[in-house]
Structure formats: C-alpha cells, structure tokens
Design a protein around this ligand. Structure first.
Ligand SMILES: Nc1nc2c(ncn2[C@@H]2O[C@H](COP(=O)(O)OP(=O)(O)OP(=O)(O)O)[C@@H](O)[C@H]2O)c(=O)[nH]1
Ligand SMILES: [Mg+2]
Ligand SMILES: [Zn+2]
Length: 299
C-alpha cells in the first residue's frame, strides 16, 4: 500500500511486512495514472527497504473507493485525494476556524460519490460554550463524533479499528493533533491557528499511519475548498440505493431538487420517502452552491 507521496517518490509498505518501508518510483509504462495514498500497487526491483534503494511501481490495483475533489467548481482538473479508504472523517472545529455546514455537505457528497462512509468529527468543543452546529445534519443520518483534545479517544479508536480512514478538513481544525493522539509515534507537525479563519496549512502531504489497534488513518493537508465539478446530481442519487432506481422516471435534465426547479421529479412520487428525499436535497443544494462553502479568499 502507498503510505506517502513526496516529489515523485512513493513510500510503500508491504502486505507481508508492514514495518518495512520501501521507496518507489513510477514505472514509465504507467503513464500519468495518479498514484495516491491508499493505493494498492505491485512493486518490482529492490524491496529491501534499505537506505537509498528504489523500487518501481508497475501496476496500480483497481480501487474499491476514491475520494476526489477539484480545486473549485469550475476547475475541470480533478485530483484523487485518497484511494481505498472505507471511511471519511470530515473534521470540523466548532471554533477557530469557524465551522461551515456547506463544507460538510460537500465533503459528504464527495464521500458518497466515491463509496466512502462519511463521519462528522468535531473538535475544539472546549472553545465554545454551546454549539448548534451538529443539528444542521439531523436529517442526514450522519454519524457524529467529538474528538477534540478534551474528548475521550476510545470511541474514536473503536470506529477506526481495522479500517482505512481518511481525515479531511480545513487547515487548523486539528487533524494532525487527533492523529498524534491516535498514533503515539506519528509526530505529525501541529500548527498555530493565527486569528479567526486563518489556517496556515501545517501539513503539506497526505500520509497514512498505522493504528496500534489495527487499521490506518490518513492525515491530509488542510483544504480550503471542496470542488465538486466532477459530480452530477445523478451521481449523488446513485449512491443512495433506496433512491437510485426512482430517478429513471425523472424528466431529462432533472436536477432532483423538486418544485419549483423540478416539478416532475420522480423522487416526489416515492411513498414515505419525504424526510429522506428532503435530506438528500440538502446535499444536492450544496452541490449547486458555488460560494457558501468556501473559506474566505482573503486568507
Ligand atoms: N482548544 C483546542 N485546540 C485544538 C484542538 N485540536 C487542535 N487544536 C489546536 O489547533 C491548532 C491546529 O491543529 P493542527 O492539528 O495542526 O490542525 P490541522 O487540521 O492538522 O491543520 P493543517 O495541517 O494545516 O491542515 C493547534 O494549535 C492545535 O493545538 C482542540 O480540540 N481544542
Ligand atoms: Mg495537519
Ligand atoms: Zn428528479
């Protein structure tokens, strides 16, 4: 598995010897296929892991899940953030930087579209007296975990056990701080948050770290935005098996938002699904909103 990517070199661990770290380059025949943290790859050459040795990645296995994003909604260039993660921790601070519902909704859309289970992970509860933030997601069946410095770590460990989990979130929300609590010898650099909403991007590369209890966490650099240019309303609906078939009956070009935009959307004809459809439409609205989700550009 690829555990780190840095300037044209991929750090890999071997299935049969997870403690051995092998550095690899990409074989020319792979062309420009992205190779990201979480990818399962075939290696040839020197697999000793000794200093200054270099092996070659000759094949990238088909991915079971893919987290993708674009820089913004108009950017056609989509990047694969992480491969094969089962879960996505959407890490949000309740303050400093201030939380944004749009970011969570957009990250959820990316998770569902890529086959990952999203979990909302809230930090910095110690900085706020009270917060209504989590209630914004009541209708979405989104699992919520509190994982700030004052929260117990055991429930977090339980959810991570034996799975591959990616952490994403704005810069400064405490992703690396959490990883350091989970993986005592990770020594991930942790940054200051200087002033409201100002993330400094302390972590600059994605890195997968083995959990003592089994499983892996992937610490990723803070993202400012979560562009979804590559995702259509149909993609979102397709990831909800209970709704996917219904939209076959929608008129062409239906965006599934319901009236007034889509008065003939077939989702409105599903018996007993009103609450569910309303919740999914919140995600569809997030997919369509270009600005509300971004951190201020003035950073
Ligand atoms: N008060 C408080 N501070 C926290 C908490 N979690 C993290 N911090 C602080 O927030 C700052 C940023 O934390 P990091 O772990 O570097 O944030 P990050 O998400 O990894 O940021 P990037 O690497 O830039 O994406 C540090 O000063 C942490 O000590 C928390 O639960 N409460
Ligand atoms: Mg970090
Ligand atoms: Zn529709």
């Amino acid at each position: 598995m690829v555990v780190a990517v840095d300037r044209g070199r991929w750090g890999c661990v071997l299935d049969n010897d997870p403690d051995r770290r092998v550095v690899a380059m990409r074989a020319r025949e792979l062309g420009r296929t992205p190779i990201v943290v979480g990818d399962q790859v075939d290696l040839v050459g020197d697999l000793s892991g000794k200093p200054d040795t270099l092996s070659r990645i000759v094949r990238v296995a088909e991915r079971s899940t893919v987290l993708r994003r674009t820089a913004d909604d108009t950017d056609p260039f989509e990047r694969v953030v992480v491969a094969n993660a089962q879960q996505l921790f959407i890490v949000v601070a309740l303050a400093d930087p201030p939380p944004r519902t749009g970011f969570v909704e957009r990250a959820m859309v990316a998770a569902y579209a890529g086959g990952l289970q999203p979990i909302l992970v809230l930090t910095k509860r110690d900085l706020v007296a009270e917060s209504e933030f989590a209630s914004a997601f009541d209708g979405l069946d989104l699992e919520i975990l509190y994982a700030g410095v004052d929260d117990p770590i055991e429930p977090v460990i339980e959810i991570l056990r034996n799975r591959l989990t990616a952490l994403i979130g704005h810069s400064g929300v405490g992703k690396s701080t959490l990883v350091n609590r989970l993986v005592p010898d990770a020594y991930r650099a942790v940054g200051e948050v200087s002033g409201v909403g100002k993330g400094k991007h302390t972590s600059t590369q994605s890195v997968a770290l083995p959990l003592p209890q089994g499983g892996w966490v992937i610490d990723t650099p803070g993202v400012r935005s979560f562009g979804l240019a590559h995702i259509t309303p149909d993609d979102v609906i397709a990831s909800f098996t209970d709704l996917a078939d219904a939209i076959d009956d929608c008129p062409r070009g239906c965006t599934h938002l319901g009236p007034p935009a889509d008065p003939e959307c077939a989702l409105d004809l599903l018996p007993g699904a009103e609450r569910r459809v309303a919740a999914i439409r919140v995600l569809l609205t997030a997919l369509n909103s270009n600005d509300a989700w971004q951190q201020h550009r003035s950073e």
